[in-house]
Ligand binder design. Structure first.
Ligand SMILES: [Zn+2]
Length: 72
């Protein structure tokens, strides 16, 4: 059973120290989305994803349960 969360954009799992941006209920690597300061809207390949809840990004281990990220 695979409990690990994956990035919606690149489909890769999150490592413990990856920086994650939350958009709605979805999780992305901060590097996988483009963030704009106007209300902190996230874009992926030009598509607007929505307003981010944490525009600065957060480390994966802060956002995810231990079973949901890779230890590195
Ligand atoms: Zn990604």
């Amino acid at each position: 059973m695979n409990l690990q969360k994956t990035c919606i954009a690149c489909d890769d799992p999150f490592y413990w120290d990856d920086v994650i941006v939350i958009v709605g209920d979805e999780l992305y690597h901060k590097d996988c989305v483009q963030l704009y300061p106007t209300g902190y809207v996230a874009f992926l390949d030009g598509d607007c994803l929505g307003i981010t809840e944490n525009d600065e990004g957060q480390d994966a281990y802060e956002v995810l349960e231990k079973s949901e990220y890779l230890e590195g």
